[in-house]
Design a protein around this ligand. Structure first.
Ligand SMILES: CC(C)(COP(=O)(O)OP(=O)(O)OC[C@H]1O[C@@H](n2cnc3c(N)ncnc32)[C@H](O)[C@@H]1OP(=O)(O)O)[C@@H](O)C(=O)NCCC(=O)NCCS
Length: 187
């Protein structure tokens, strides 16, 4: 690692203009802002229940604070000019049919202003490296069918739809989500 110039002594990783680092609990507000902006860009005009009812902004920040405090969740953020513009999380899979060696990527979000500049792929590579370091052998994620942008991203990265589907209970429209899978052994 020390010989790789993209790794700083503090363990931060540089990818072009982006700096990747592990998230802290006090990143919750900035992470929530990226999460909301990216979801709005995907869902506004696409699904009838945007914006979703439920938690207000303070409640959503509080929820992120709780998630970031959890020992079960790992989160990596991408910064540009000191501002968080993307993040990814991984954890052991919660799917009922998952074996213990399967990790899950619950969220990968990039601020729409930074889309298509390589940050999503850099965060995804960092998540893959972390999942491998934690001895997971596969990584899965769920994508709702209407999110064709994300499907194109995951296709390009090498994920493959494994045939599983479920109704996303987080949406009042009950959108159908498909599961994508990546073997970490091939990395
Ligand atoms: C999906 C997402 C994370 C991709 O992030 P990104 O930073 O824009 O992606 P990258 O720039 O790293 O793209 C990497 C490659 O993926 C593919 N790709 C990404 N977006 C694409 C698009 N809209 N159309 C076709 N291919 C695309 C391309 O092959 C791209 O490489 P290239 O730009 O050299 O051609 C981002 O669009 C996002 O935050 N979307 C909203 C949130 C979301 O849907 N998250 C996933 C929920 S499951």
């Amino acid at each position: 690692m020390a010989s790789d110039p993209s790794h700083t002594p503090s363990g931060h990783r540089r990818h072009g203009p982006f700096l990747l680092r592990n998230a802290h609990v006090d990143d919750a507000r900035a992470i929530e802002a990226v999460h909301w902006a990216a979801r709005e860009a995907v869902y506004d005009g696409q699904v009838a229940d945007w914006p979703p009812s439920g938690l207000d902004r303070d409640g959503r920040i509080e929820r992120w604070t709780r998630w970031l405090s959890s020992e079960h969740l790992h989160c990596i953020v991408g910064e540009e000019d000191g501002r968080i513009v993307g993040f990814v999380t991984i954890r052991a899979s919660r799917d009922e049919d998952a074996e213990p060696h399967v990790a899950e990527m619950p969220t990968l979000y990039v601020d729409p202003a930074a889309w298509r500049r390589g940050l999503g792929a850099a965060l995804c590579r960092a998540a893959v490296a972390l999942a491998s370091a934690l001895d997971f052998l596969e990584l899965t994620l769920w994508v709702v069918e209407v999110n064709t942008r994300a499907q194109r991203f995951y296709d390009a990265f090498g994920f493959v739809a494994d045939g599983a589907s479920q109704v996303d209970e987080d949406t009042t429209e009950r959108l159908v989500a498909r599961r994508y899978r990546l073997s970490l052994g091939a990395e």
